[in-house]
Design a protein around this ligand. Structure first.
Ligand code: GEK
Length: 461
């Protein structure tokens, strides 16, 4: 609160100085509001976002001083504000990457109209600096507006977007009053909208969602009580809360498979290529890829069609991002892997996901994955298995039940989970997998892990 009062006092004093043409007073107090916003920002929760906004404010402060300094330092002031806009832009893309076509068109429209007006009035030697600046501020506006339609908390998106709009307005008035027509109210309009803009942008760092960075340790008790009717299993919010516990206690060998998936991927990853984690759930495989793959220029695309999974996965990965700078970049997409447009990839992981895809769609999906794989790449496919031999099937099913029992699941939990999942998850045999992979165009299928009725295969293009 103290910081905001300081900002307000600085602003009022500056406006008074402006009205009585007290230039020295103006020069002295002009930086105060932005300086106070910087101090205020220090109280916001620490994040990448806050860091970039602070940097933007710092360069704005420099710009304030350069523009107010006696002598024409306009280009230098412009340069400082250009860096400020790039820092804001970086903050906005740190929590929202979606393209956002409408905001893009809007920002292009606003930028084009304003630059058009200014250029038509002759900018002289300032032509190039003003165009570069115009592009930067339009990009900043685009990314601020893009956050409005994303999963960023509404209050943060709204304050950043209104801040950006006010900033663009302020700069437009500067341009018009300097190059088109000077008018008396301009200095007041410019400075008031500028401060409002900076305030909105700074405030957006306070309303960011608190990030959950620690993986949930909630125990899986979803099927512990008798249910009158067991519904089909779904990857909803309830499952997401207990998922790490559920998968570890239900899938024999899961931690070994996930960790080694990273080790295997490191052998196949190629410079500058994409690594896919399909059916990524909470991003366990993505995190293993990040731990092990050191090949230059690789990036991970994680895809899942459960909104609840994707939201939590993003939170975990964002937490990692702010702790370790050198990690592979990850894009988490909420979507159906059957509808995905694959990019050329060196590694594709389907870790216990294919079994949830309708059987008649599996060959098409694998063929599309095969077509996207670069020579020398690999698909790593982990699945629960069924067995053609009835005795073998019964034995391994019993042993799997023993595994679950040993991990603390009751008979009721085992039975109810089984009936919940039987319509949703359809395992194939090892032979079916091999034949289908070969039919999809893979040349070699190499099983590298099996624990009871769970296995993982490497399929080579
Ligand atoms: C792990 N790989 O922790 N499109 C996208 N995602 C899908 C689709 C689809 N069509 N169908 C199912 N999923 C993870 C574990 S879990 C396996 C994978 C399990 C997603 C679904 O939402 C879920 O998150 C994941 O595939 C399967 O290594 O729970 O047994």
């Amino acid at each position: 609160m103290g910081w905001l009062i300081l900002a307000l006092m600085g602003a009022v004093t500056f406006l008074y100085g402006l009205s009585v043409h007290a230039e020295l007073l103006c020069l002295l107090v002009k930086p105060l509001p932005v300086l106070a916003l910087l101090g205020w920002l220090h109280d916001a929760p620490p994040s990448d976002y806050r860091r970039w906004i602070s940097l933007g404010l710092l360069f704005s402060l420099l710009g304030d001083v350069l523009l107010a300094w006696p002598g024409d330092l306009f280009v230098f002031g412009l340069g400082a504000f250009l860096i400020a806009h790039l820092a804001y832009l970086k903050a906005y893309v740190s929590d929202c990457r979606q393209l956002a076509l409408l905001p893009l068109l809007l920002a292009i429209g606003v930028g084009a109209v304003l630059l058009g007006i200014l250029i038509s009035h002759g900018l002289g030697p300032l032509l190039i600096p003003v165009i570069v600046y115009g592009l930067a501020i339009s990009a900043m506006l685009w990314r601020a507006l893009a956050r409005l339609g994303s999963d960023v908390p509404k209050r943060s998106a709204l304050s950043a977007a209104s801040g950006a709009v006010a900033f663009v307005f302020s700069d437009s008035v500067i341009g018009i009053s300097r190059f088109v027509v000077a008018f008396e109210a301009a200095p007041y309009l410019i400075i008031l909208s500028y401060w409002l803009g900076q305030w909105g942008i700074a405030a957006s760092a306070f309303t960011q969602k608190p990030r959950r960075t620690a993986v949930s340790k909630e125990p899986d008790r979803l099927f512990a009580q008798p249910l009158p009717q067991v519904p089909d299993f779904a990857f909803n919010e309830d499952v997401v809360r207990v998922f790490p516990d559920m998968i570890k206690r239900s899938v024999p060998g899961y931690p070994t498979i996930v960790e080694n998936l990273g080790v295997l991927a490191a052998q196949f990853a190629q410079r500058g290529s994409v690594l896919y984690d399909l059916g990524s759930s909470l991003g366990a495989v993505t995190q293993a890829l990040r731990r092990h793959v050191r090949t230059d220029g690789c990036r991970v695309i994680a895809v899942d069609n459960s909104a609840a999974m994707v939201e939590r996965c993003r939170e975990y990965l964002n937490g990692q991002n702010s702790m370790f700078q050198e990690l592979l970049p990850v894009e988490v997409i909420e979507g159906d892997i059957l509808a995905l447009q694959f990019q050329p990839a060196s590694v594709v992981a389907l870790n216990f996901t294919l079994q949830f895809i309708a059987p008649d769609q599996r060959l098409t999906l694998l063929s599309r994955i095969r077509q996207s794989l670069l020579p020398g790449g690999a698909l790593i496919l982990s699945e629960k298995l069924r067995f053609v031999d009835a005795e073998e099937h019964a034995l391994l099913t019993d042993l799997h039940i023993a595994f679950k029992r040993a991990n603390g699941y009751s008979e009721l939990e085992i039975a109810q989970k089984r009936s919940a999942i039987e319509n949703v998850m359809k395992p194939d045999s090892l032979e079916e997998h091999r034949e289908r992979l070969l039919a999809a165009g893979f040349s070699k299928v190499v099983p590298w892990f099996q624990c009871l009725n769970f296995a993982s295969l490497i399929a080579l293009p």
